[in-house]
Design a protein around this ligand. Structure first.
Ligand code: AGP
Length: 672
């Protein structure tokens, strides 16, 4: 939600800021602006709408300034108009500020500052910040301050001190960058609950809401932590706490490169990212499958007692063994997630918190964890969990799933859970785990254990490859817990591992054989107004995900339902104008799903089936088939989601919409 950038160094700041904003445009694109220190004044240029509008304005006013800040906005307070665009300035236009976040106490501050004579020009919460800094600066006794600095050079500069005093008066979540016409050699930034990363170059320093804006210039980065202020000058970076203490910090090196954030010949990032999925699955397998695991060291099937979660609903339980032997412990797990076994000891429950697509991954995770590892699992919307958390139960593992690692609702839910569990006498160490694509994110600092999904940076606002990677994380976690609890036989584990290893080729097969066909099919739905997606069991979350993808990028109304639930109400929506996409994979619910699809057909709906080739019954049921390979049912979401992503992409592209930056959305939702 909103992207901020800053630059101080020896090059022209405006082009560096623009390029940075372009990399951050996925965070919001309602308006954009830059402020540059030129001579002893601040030159501020802003434009409504997408970045290219600002670019055009800047082309007409080239600037040699070597210090500046920039912003791309996702509107929260105030309409997306130029007068609300950042940067915002104080009354005398000496201080400029860009902000990502929300200042909750802005009304009180605004009234107090107005009473002191400050003149406001926008409807935003952000505008209080430059006025407050100007006021704090005015209140500083500069003579005394400079004397003190002479005695104790760990004290911040006057501008840093004014910013420090100001941020201590702000309530809410924010990341800010500040410049002053009276301090042409410094850029001050601060962070509280919103992401901000510093970049270290040679005689030049950068700040940005996210690393893609930095990688064209440097891979040496330092993510600021909550409650930290940094002062960037051409000579280096100083970091202070909000209390004014100087902190020792060293940058770290990012292990990805600028090419990863280019389209590489694809028309949109989303399509490129869909095509990257076989590689993402391979990367997860390479990173996490244990090459030392062998069938010989596993648990033989006859050693397993009859576990209810491993039986199909129709199978009879095997007779109890007259002389039950404990299974031979297997020293090696088939996966190496490097998680401590204390996470799994006496584990009674798992709760997953997430939003959007990550929540859908959590629903697949629930299915997989319950069916493979036998652990009761709940999945909660993070935004709901925060205000209606389930009663606390001991021996519960809480998993936060967020590709960005910055989603405010998910972070707040996890923080709340961390505090709740720390207060529990029975649990000294709360069991918390994060699944994220950005281990360097706020999530990475919040929870003690992380599964890094290794998907590479995702730019398209619609999550695709990170969803696939999150599913992989859940399969691997379920296998690790299943191994620990010995809830699967060696044969079952080996079968799943084989299935996982085949996934990349199977996804490739769909991309190669179906993309053209789906592109053609998309023609039929350019004018469609409503879509229904159906699935059952492990593919119900995929129906939800198919509907979400279509909604967010094509603006077509779409609903995902468990196929068996249609007859309880939603079937009333169906007629010849409402296509029904049904996921029907052979397994426990195949026949049931086909019957549910027939019910839709009887209401004249056009039926599109995502189903394996040569399943005669399916072929007879659906009007249109999107064939996918035969895959073990529990692993099938990684295959069935691909045609749904492609369908959403091609419908949106055919409607001429901005697939990578759909209206009203932002990639990283860093406000509540
Ligand atoms: C996905 O296509 C959406 N843009 C959105 O639902 C997203 O999944 C959600 O905002 C959560 O993001 P996160 O994974 O970064 O926490």
């Amino acid at each position: 939600m909103c992207g901020i950038v800053g630059y101080i160094g020896t090059q022209a700041a405006s082009s560096i800021l623009l390029e940075g904003l372009q990399k951050l445009e996925y965070r919001g694109y309602d308006s954009a602006g830059v402020a540059l220190v030129e001579g002893n004044a601040i030159h501020c240029i802003r434009a409504k709408g997408k970045l290219h509008n600002l670019k055009e304005k800047l082309e007409n006013t080239p600037s040699p300034a070597q210090l500046g800040i920039g912003h791309t906005r996702w509107a929260t307070h105030g309409k997306p108009e130029e007068y609300n665009a950042h940067p915002h300035m104080d009354t005398h236009r000496r201080i400029a500020v860009v902000q990502n976040g929300i200042i909750e106490n802005y009304r009180e501050l605004r009234e107090a500052l107005k009473a002191l004579g400050h003149e406001f020009r926008s409807e935003t919460d952000t505008e209080v910040i430059p006025h407050l800094i100007a006021e704090e600066f005015k209140q500083l006794d500069l003579g005394e301050f400079e004397n003190l600095r002479g005695l104790k050079n760990s004290l911040p500069s006057p501008l840093t001190e004014a910013v420090r005093r100001a941020v201590n008066k702000l309530h809410g979540a924010f990341a800010i960058a500040v410049i002053s016409a009276d301090s042409p050699d410094e850029l001050i930034v601060a962070r509280q609950q919103a992401p901000l990363v510093l970049g270290f170059g040679q005689g030049e320093f950068f700040c940005a809401s996210d690393t893609p804006a930095l990688v064209p210039y440097t891979r040496a980065v330092l993510p600021l932590e909550n409650g930290e202020i940094a002062r960037l000058t051409p000579l280096g970076v100083e970091v202070y706490s909000f209390e004014g203490q100087r902190l020792k910090k060293a940058p770290r090196t990012l292990n990805w490169n600028p090419v990863m954030v280019e389209k590489q010949g694809f028309k949109h990032f989303m399509l490129k990212e869909i095509y990257e999925q076989p590689g993402v699955v391979r990367a997860c397998l390479e990173a996490y499958l244990n090459p030392e695991w062998s069938q010989e060291s596993g648990v033989r099937s006859q050693e397993l007692s009859a576990l209810p979660h491993l039986q199909s609903p129709t199978s009879n339980p095997p007779p109890p063994s007259p002389n039950p032997q404990p299974p031979t412990p297997n020293p090696r797990s088939p996966v190496r997630l490097n998680l401590p076994t204390t996470l799994y000891e006496d584990l009674q429950q798992i709760q997953i918190v997430a939003c959007g697509t990550s929540w859908h991954a959590g629903l697949v995770g629930k299915y997989v964890l319950e069916q493979l590892a036998g652990i009761p699992t709940q999945v909660q919307y993070a935004s709901e969990f925060r205000y209606s958390a389930s009663p606390i139960t001991p021996n519960t593992l809480t998993i936060g799933v967020t590709q960005s690692g910055e989603t405010a609702d998910t972070l707040a839910a996890l923080e709340m859970e961390l505090h709740r569990r720390q207060g529990l006498a029975t649990e000294f160490q709360p069991r918390m785990l994060g699944i994220t694509n950005r281990p360097e994110s706020t999530l990475g600092n919040l929870v003690p254990h992380i599964i890094d999904t290794h998907a590479g940076i995702e730019i398209g606002v619609a999550a695709t490859k990170t969803f696939a990677a999150q599913l992989m994380a859940f399969y691997l976690l379920a296998l690790d817990i299943a191994h620990y609890r010995q809830s699967l036989t060696t044969e079952q584990i080996e079968k799943l591992l084989d299935g996982l290893r085949q996934l990349p080729a199977e996804i490739e097969m769909i991309l190669e054989s179906q993309e053209r066909y789906i592109e053609e099919l998309a023609h039929d739905f350019v004018e469609t107004q409503d879509f229904i997606f159906l699935g059952r069991g492990v593919n119900f979350p995929i129906a939800l995900e198919g509907a979400l993808k279509l909604k967010e990028i094509s603006y077509i109304h779409a609903e995902g339902y468990p196929a068996g639930e249609m007859k309880h109400g939603p079937i009333a929506l169906l007629d010849a104008k409402v296509p029904v996409v049904t996921i029907a994979m052979p397994g426990t619910v195949f026949e049931k799903v086909l019957s549910n699809a027939q019910e839709a057909r009887a209401r004249d709906a056009r039926l599109i089936g995502v189903t394996p080739m040569d399943e005669q019954e399916a072929e007879d049921t659906f009007d249109t088939l999107i064939p996918v390979p035969h895959v073990e049912e529990i692993l099938s979401p990684l295959v069935t989601v691909i045609p749904l992503q492609l369908l959403a992409y091609h419908i949106a592209a055919r409607r001429g919409l901005d697939v990578d930056q759909p209206r009203n959305l932002a990639k990283s939702v860093t406000v509540e």
